[in-house]
Design a binder for this molecule. Structure first.
Ligand SMILES: Cc1ncc(COP(=O)(O)O)c(C=O)c1O
Length: 364
């Protein structure tokens, strides 16, 4: 039996909630979606929430609601899921990649500064693997440059920077509730904002541009969340603190057991943050892929997030991006390896992960 890299924690509460929505007959854009928006925005500490069909949809209409357009430059990290930068391209704006801090794998605030031009309209920071970015410096830089800040908090529900939840540092933030995330609705996402105007725009955009039934103010999409998804989200949110605590506890065990081993570096946790360990990601100094193969062969579902910086993907190469753009992100993509850390791991699973990593390192 393989120990998977992720496993959703779905209980009777979620199953009962979905069944009750199905029995109610109100399947889309009903009470449950509204309730989830209110619960989730309250949890993070934002005024408004707009539930959508995915984290990708949240980023895409979030950036469009902010008015990003052709010719605008948007500084972001190359070391994320492609959907972060793809959202910039969907607005026909230009992504500008700032290299990462090799300890946290998050965008480096100093590199953001170096990328600023008079065309910079926004910065998207990603709280990668569940660890908050350096928000003090990033917020300050954006203010100085007059650039809009967007947080991609897809991987960081419940993470905190200096006691404040991520997603609350920017005028607009995006979350994902994909099946692997710290809380899930299967597929799903949320935009959070303090601006009523942005919330209104985003909620029109998710629903074919309709300001009222059959009045289409703009050409837009169907990015609606269903009430089945929202009802799962409401139940998941009640468990979020317990689920994150279990991840943090599992990460603590892995760190205690793996620190000091030659050839790997355990995750670095920045002072003053609550890292919620969406992923537990080590750095393997040499032969990462050999260790990955060894782990997979011996039943550990380890994975690499991400094997290439975003700009090495074909559409970005066709735009002219080349190897060497962000050397630290390139190095990270050759060395990172994520081990299972999800809340459903047993003590036996954790012992097995540690043993196989040790064996793999000594056989390499
Ligand atoms: C950092 C980041 N941004 C955006 C997304 C997109 O979210 P979704 O898969 O819900 O569209 C993901 C999902 O994996 C992600 O990890």
């Amino acid at each position: 039996m393989v120990i998977p890299i992720s496993k959703p924690s779905i209980g009777k509460e979620e199953i009962d909630a979905v069944v009750s929505v199905l029995r109610s007959g109100n399947l889309v854009q009903g009470e449950k979606v509204r309730e989830f928006e209110i619960d989730f925005s309250r949890y993070v500490g934002a005024k408004f929430g707009v539930a959508v069909s995915s984290g990708t949809a949240a980023l895409q209409i979030g950036l469009q609601a902010l008015g990003l357009k052709k010719g605008d430059e948007v500084i972001t990290t190359p070391f994320s899921f492609a959907s972060t930068a793809n959202a910039v391209l969907h607005c026909e704006a230009k992504p500008v990649f700032a290299d990462i801090d090799p300890r946290t794998f998050n965008i480096d605030p100093v590199k953001i500064k170096e990328c600023l031009t008079e065309r910079t309209k926004a910065v998207i920071c990603v709280h990668l693997y569940g660890q908050p970015c350096e928000m003090d410096q990033i917020v300050k830089t954006c203010r100085y440059a007059g650039a809009e800040l967007i947080e991609d908090a897809a991987q960081a529900v419940g993470a905190e920077y200096k006691g404040k939840k991520v997603g609350g540092f920017s005028r607009l933030s995006a979350f994902s509730f994909y099946a692997t995330k710290n809380i899930t609705t299967g597929e799903g996402g949320m935009i959070l904002t303090g601006s009523e105007e942005l919330a209104e725009k985003a909620s029109i955009m998710r629903n074919q541009g309709q300001s009222r039934p059959y009045r289409h103010e703009i050409i837009s999409y169907n990015f609606r969340m269903t009430d089945m998804q929202a009802s799962i989200g409401i139940e998941q949110l009640k468990k979020v603190e317990a689920l994150n605590s279990k991840r943090i506890e599992n990460a603590g065990f892995l760190t205690d057991s793996l620190s000091g081993l030659e050839g790997i570096q355990i995750p670095f946790v920045q002072k003053g943050v609550k890292h919620v360990f969406h992923q537990y990601t080590i750095k393997v100094e040499k032969n990462r892929d050999r260790l990955l193969e060894y782990l997979n062969h011996h039943g550990i579902g380890a994975k690499v997030y991400y094997p290439e910086p975003i700009y090495r993907q074909p559409p970005y190469e066709r735009m002219g991006f080349r190897k060497g753009c962000c050397p630290l992100a390139e190095e990270a993509s050759e060395k990172v390896l994520s081990l299972p850390v999800h809340p459903l791991l047993t003590e036996k699973d954790l012992d097995k992960i540690v043993k196989i990593v040790r064996d793999g390192l000594s056989s390499a």
